[in-house]
Design a protein around this ligand. Structure first.
Ligand code: G6P
Ligand code: MN
Length: 442
């Protein structure tokens, strides 16, 4: 079975390769990237992993996209159009207006999508031509919008994944002293905009007990992030990305007090890894692990007030590579496993139309991912989902058509953008600082 990894020089590719070594679903793995230097650097890390593992899953690298895609059974895509330089602009411009500057939430996510969607649509056309039977597993952010755009070309063969819903479920299970496999998680929303509203074990909902218990909540990442009182007010546990909505002004202040926004920090942190002199595979692996630990430790620092998230090891189950592997195994084995994925709504959330891509538990088998019915959700969540879906759709259409009016509409409709005037100013500045965007929206 052939796997093509698009964005093969990406920093998280060794996580995927680690999962491939452990679970071995593919005998042909091709890493594609536009940047041969990054590809070579990551290939070294992979060789280090294979040596450490004492066994190798064969892989090769290429800068020829068609070569990578031809006949692939699965295509994993994690690309960053415009690189981390683009991310610094996405985040920096709104911050200059006192508005949240974040990679996927708020204006940053809209600008990121405007850059990314055209490239992803080209890629989807190529996949349809060269690997018509392939499943495209998308990790590219903003994953919800990107997956909805991809489905215009590939339909249900494009599936979006994110590590945050399953990570939330695992943490909640741990706080409850249970294993996630024994529980049913009632989670709903859009990518980076979801809530866990119930946890069933067959005899009842365990969430109210968790929400009532200060000590248990203190052991939960989301308890520290949102505070017990706010979680009890909601009666649900929100995805960590909801912090940017519920505590948006606090985030802007915290970033203002920090040395620099996340993208600017990563630009330097990642360059230190990628620009190092060529070294032996074990040394490259050691250096990648150190860079990854540092990246994990500082994740969402602007929301954590000095508190560092629990460390993750690179062979832990889960993570986005664990989700991707679970999708592959569920499709290949036609298992009917339930996974929280980005897929077309059908009627899972009855207040959205059937083509809207949502992030909900899906039953996954040989025919793809079928969302489970969610039904009614609390009013405020429903309203926010509806608003953000409207923003996402205006963004997708703006990306496809190059319409400035639609881009400004998307920005202005976003609840974190305070006015149409601010939306106009932010978009003007984005265009000034991103020549490709200026060209597309000329
Ligand atoms: C989480 C999200 C991803 C996002 C990442 C950002 O894992 O689910 O969608 O890309 O965080 O992490 P970073 O280290 O780039 O800030
Ligand atoms: Mn994500």
């Amino acid at each position: 079975m052939k796997l093509a990894i698009i964005g093969g020089g990406g920093f998280r590719v060794p996580l995927v390769y680690g999962a491939l070594l452990r679970r071995r679903p593919f005998d042909d793995v091709v890493l594609y990237d536009v940047d041969p230097g990054r590809l070579e650097r990551v290939a070294h890390v992979l060789e280090g992993q294979a040596a450490e593992h004492g066994d190798r899953v064969p892989f090769r690298t290429t800068t020829d996209l068609d070569d990578a895609l031809e006949g692939a059974d699965f295509v994993f895509v994690a690309i960053r159009v415009g690189g981390l330089e683009g991310r610094t602009v996405d985040e920096g411009v709104p911050l200059g207006h006192g508005v949240l500057g974040q990679e996927t939430t708020g204006p940053g996510g809209i600008c990121f999508a405007l850059r990314t969607i055209p490239a992803m649509l080209d890629l989807a056309e190529r996949v349809a031509r060269l690997a018509p039977g392939a499943w495209m597993v998308n990790f590219t952010n903003p994953a919800g919008m990107v997956t909805e755009a991809l489905q215009q070309v590939l339909g249900d063969r494009a599936i979006g994944i994110c590590d945050t819903p399953s990570a939330l479920c695992r943490r909640v299970a741990a706080a409850l002293g249970r294993v996630p496999e024994d529980l049913r998680f009632d989670y709903f929303g859009l990518n980076h905009l979801g809530w866990l509203r119930a946890v069933h074990d067959g005899s009842g909902d365990l969430l109210p007990g968790l929400l009532a218990d200060d000590e248990l909540l203190a052991s939960l990442e989301e308890g520290t992030l949102f505070g017990a009182e706010w979680l009890r007010s909601l009666g649900m546990v929100p995805n960590e990305y909801l912090y940017y909505f519920y505590f948006s002004a606090d985030t802007v202040d915290a970033i203002g007090r920090s040395a620099r926004p996340r993208g600017a920090y990563l630009l330097e942190q990642q360059a230190a890894f990628y620009d190092a002199e060529p070294e032996s595979p074990p040394e490259a692996l050691r250096r990648w692990r150190a860079a990854k630990d540092e990246r994990d430790r500082t994740y969402m620092a602007e929301a954590r007030n000095g508190h560092t998230p629990a460390p993750l090891s690179d062979d832990e189950p889960g993570g986005y590579e664990g989700e991707a592997m679970a999708v592959v195994e569920a499709i290949r084995g036609n298992t009917g496993t339930t996974l929280i994925l980005n897929a077309a709504n059908r009627s899972a959330l009855p207040f959205l139309d059937e083509r809207a891509v949502v992030e909900v538990p899906c039953v996954v088998g040989a025919a793809g991912a079928r969302p489970l019915a969610v039904g009614d959700v609390p009013d405020h969540a429903r309203a926010l989902i509806g608003t953000i879906k409207a923003v996402e759709r205006a963004t997708i259409e703006a990306a496809v058509t190059g319409s400035t009016a639609l881009a400004i509409k998307a920005l202005a409709l976003h609840p974190l953008v305070p006015s149409v005037t601010a939306a106009r100013e932010i978009f003007t500045e984005y265009r000034e600082r991103l020549p490709d965007l200026e060209e597309r929206f000329a």
